[in-house]
Ligand binder design. Structure first.
Ligand code: SDX
Length: 421
């Protein structure tokens, strides 16, 4: 219950604004009543604006902390699996053994390739960007299952959530196989979520997908991408969900927002950047370019709207990177060596220090995925697979509560009223 207020005084008006205090984090001003006074706030980029109350994740950027339902990401990464975290985000608790089995069985129910997606995939040029192909296939599901009212019907909502959990790894694997002109592989009843995903991706190839280091690496990468509060793609997903649009079209928005190089597309951009830098002797030149306001070059995989310390996921990703490269005797991998050198030099450079720019989740993820045999243009699709957990949990939280359509205001700076002469 609010007990404190801030007073806004404007044109001899005093407006009492309730001060909200969440479970963690600082105070927040509840400005909803400003509308009654025809007053609005201006915050392009939403740097100082909360769009919702949520219990799913919490980030303290000042100390580089990320919690999912209160559990630190470090503990989750070391002691649980991606599917455990998926369950946690949806159910506010980690699953016991019985709940794990029930969750896997509920997903299994939807574990088959969709015939319309197969037909559509065959009409798509295999050289198209995988994020575009993923959007097309999810649009097929949106058109096919639109009538299933998951917005008002809780039981149907759980069905649609389980359907998406099952379908996303299947669609990602279908895209990979299509890209490489390989026959599509159906999911197997007796395989776990991660084993099934790798099976559908690499069955029938020379890939060592049953190697435990590979399995652990993919599981950790998906886990580290699961959710991250109200980032751009999740906020987009929530906004679409607030209109009552179906869960598949919510995903279409999330995927489109994630694709941008300022967001999830950064993992692919990091590898392209490292390939452009090419050699350690060029690092200084590129660090200078990153600081030149007249140059569009940015240090991809660096910086974050909230983290002003090291992104805790980047630390865990770097560990995984070392494990995977170590397994294949690739710790001397030139890309990994270049990335580590680039990080070392950037973290000594006052430009990056003064702006609190540190490696984020995307800096090392691409190197691991490349070492695992995932092509550069599939990296953001893998990010979307991990973020399936967050988009579903955040959408579920949104539609489970009374909610109004999200409709921001604007500061109008256009022409005054005028008439056609
Ligand atoms: C993700 O929101 C999330 O949680 C996202 C995410 C998730 O899990 O969902 O964590 C995933 O998207 C991680 C971010 C991936 N993007 C990149 O790695 C792209 C490179 N990073 C930048 O584009 C940037 O850092 C952003 C987009 C991540 C953050 O942008 P902000 O918060 O708007 O920061 P800003 O542009 O206002 O930067 C502040 C200053 C500026 O310089 P000054 O005007 O103060 O002189 O820092 C500079 C910027 O020019 N800066 C950079 C930089 N990032 C910021 N300069 C060079 N290289 C960079 N990478």
């Amino acid at each position: 219950m609010t007990t404190q207020f801030a007073t806004l005084t404007l044109n001899n008006q005093s407006i009492a604004l309730p001060i909200l205090q969440g479970t963690m984090g600082g105070y927040q001003l509840d400005i909803q009543s400003l509308d009654q006074h025809h007053l609005y706030t201006f915050d392009p980029g939403f740097t100082s604006t909360s769009a919702c109350a949520s219990s799913i994740s919490y980030i303290n950027g000042e100390i580089g902390q990320l919690l999912h339902q209160g559990y630190p990401i470090e503990e989750l990464a070391q002691k649980t699996s991606f599917l455990d975290v998926f369950y946690l985000l949806l159910n506010e608790k980690l699953p016991n053994e019985k709940e794990q089995k029930q969750f896997e069985q509920a997903i299994q129910h939807y574990n088959q390739m969709d015939s319309d997606c197969i037909k559509t995939l065959q009409t798509i040029d295999s050289t198209m960007h995988p994020m575009g192909i993923l959007s097309v296939l999810i649009a097929v599901l949106a058109g096919k299952y639109h009538e299933h009212d998951a917005f008002h019907n809780k039981h149907e909502r759980i069905n649609r959530i389980n359907h998406m959990i099952a379908q996303m790894p299947i669609l990602v694997a279908m895209i990979y196989r299509h890209q490489h002109h390989l026959p599509l592989v159906s999911p197997q009843k007796d395989l776990s979520f991660i084993d099934n995903f790798l099976y559908m991706m690499f069955h029938g190839t020379e890939h060592p997908f049953t190697d435990q280091i590979i399995i652990n690496a993919i599981d950790r990468i998906l886990l580290l991408h699961a959710d991250h509060e109200q980032n751009a793609s999740t906020s987009t997903a929530r906004l679409i969900g607030s209109t009552g649009s179906n869960i598949y079209s919510v995903f279409l928005g999330g995927i489109s927002a994630l694709w941008g190089p300022a967001h999830g597309g950064a993992n692919e951009a990091v590898l392209n950047m490292l390939s452009e830098i090419g050699d350690e002797k060029n690092i200084d030149h590129y660090l200078k370019r990153a600081q030149d306001k007249t140059d569009s070059f940015r240090l991809m995989g660096f910086g974050h709207r909230i983290y002003k310390k090291y992104d805790p996921r980047a630390t865990l990703m770097k560990e995984t990177c070392h494990d995977v490269l170590n397994k294949s005797n690739l710790t001397e991998d030139p890309t990994f060596k270049l990335a580590k050198k680039l990080e070392t030099l950037a973290l000594k450079d006052d430009y990056f220090i003064s702006r609190h720019l540190y490696p984020n989740v995307d800096f090392y993820s691409g190197i691991i995925l490349k070492a695992i045999g995932i092509p550069n243009n599939m990296l953001t699709v893998i990010f979307a697979l991990g973020r399936t957990a967050g988009w579903l949990a955040q959408w579920q939280e949104l539609v489970s509560q009374p909610n109004r359509i999200s409709r921001p205001r604007q500061l109008y700076v256009g022409s005054e009223l005028r008439h056609i002469t």
